[in-house]
Design a protein around this ligand. Structure first.
Ligand code: B12
Length: 96
């Protein structure tokens, strides 16, 4: 079913941080509180617990049409010599 006009008061916040063990996306918590005080409704997708980020995002966008999407970049890498995990390409994949 085609979607109507965007939900003018809905904002989606996404945590793309899949690094384990999980940490709270506290930056998004702060932004969500400010948005709610300003009268917006806020949805949060925490991809840390998602089996597949594509399925999670597809399911969301089938039922919602937010006016803005915010995404936090907490880590660019894991700062660990042995693994040297650089995660910006993965975050770009999620954004795309
Ligand atoms: C507390 C902390 C921890 C705690 C977390 C506790 C918790 N419950 O959150 C613990 C000890 C568990 C931890 C673990 C790790 N941490 Co740590 N941690 C920090 C610390 C000291 C503060 C983070 C914080 O809460 N900031 C406050 C919140 C409000 O900020 P935020 O969520 O990041 O978002 C703000 C900004 O980042 C910015 N922002 C975020 N996204 C975006 C996007 C855009 C476009 C813009 C413009 C701005 C923006 O705006 C937000 C709002 O102000 C920082 C260093 C620092 N002083 O910042 C390191 C830091 C983030 N950690 C770091 C690392 C490497 C790790 C680990 C990978 C370590 C490891 N090898 O295991 C893990 C990762 C865990 C995970 N799952 O992600 C690095 C990341 C470096 C990098 N190159 O990416 C940092 C920067 C420390 C450092 N200098 O090395 N960490």
């Amino acid at each position: 079913m085609p979607r109507s006009s965007p939900d003018s008061k809905r904002v989606l916040l996404v945590n793309p941080n899949e690094m384990q063990p999980p940490v709270t996306p506290i930056g998004l918590d702060y932004i969500a509180s400010s948005l709610e005080l300003a009268g917006f409704s806020v949805d949060l997708i925490d991809l840390c617990f998602a089996f597949s980020f594509k399925e999670e995002l597809d399911a969301y966008f089938q039922g919602h049409d937010p006016i803005a999407i915010g995404l936090t970049v907490r880590n660019t890498d894991d700062c660990y010599y042995l693994s040297q995990a650089f995660i910006l390409p993965r975050i770009k994949e999620i954004i795309d």
